[in-house]
Design a protein. Sequence first.
Length: 283
Amino acid sequence: MLVGLKEILKIAEADKNAVGMFNGTGFDSIRAVIEAAEELNRPVIIGHAEVHNVYSDISIVGAAMLAAAKAAKVPVCVHLDHGVTLEMCYRALRIGFTGIMIDASALPYEENLAVTRQVTEAAHAMGADVEAELGKLSTPEAGSTDCGSPTKPEDFYTDPDEAREFCEKTGIDALAVAFGTAHGFYKSQPKLDFSVVRNCAASTGIPLVMHGGSGVSPDGFRQAIAAGIRKINYYSYMSKAGYEAAARCIAAGSTKYLHDVEFAAYQAMKEDAKQAIRMFSGE
Ligand SMILES: [Zn+2]
């Protein structure tokens, strides 16, 4: 069933765990994620990142996500991931997305606040919930590139006092915080500062979001959840699992059909998503 971001995060809060958000870039990944959640009887968030719009336009992939969410046996939120332009945020709202991430974190604080408030007002008027970001992750959402190591990532960590004011003035429903994670593939184990999460959880009182979930250790996830993370964005390793299964299928040379390759990728992504959902559920 299709539910809002706020509602799905309430389930995570009640269970004291985190709900996974997975990007669905096409039919195979959408199906993989929703079936994984159904088999584990867990809620899930399926996301469309604005940066992925060049591969599948939101009018098609978003419609597929909404149809799959409505038919699902478990609560599913359909979420715009890293909405950077107002146009994409409003397109997602018009289509019926139930969660919107407005990512204006590259802008100066006051501008981030103004843009986030504008999107939040529109989203709430249309019955959708909003996630915003304060602080900076060291790499943009891309899903296909290695992340470098910024010289001093801690300079960009979310400030708890600024976070409190930001949440009060914007009225957002969830906040993405920067505490050492990065998008894409890690070259070495990331160093995470869980005190940033604990302090932001205490100062804002709203569910916190961890981006760059791929490659964090199981213990890293456990500590992040204990500190107040309620939504974990996870995509790169699921995509990699699908890619590797597709490569194996092609290398085996037993088929000339693309649908066989896609099916192998779907199965591998589903297994990877199940593993992530179990971990985020504290299993
Ligand atoms: Zn992200």
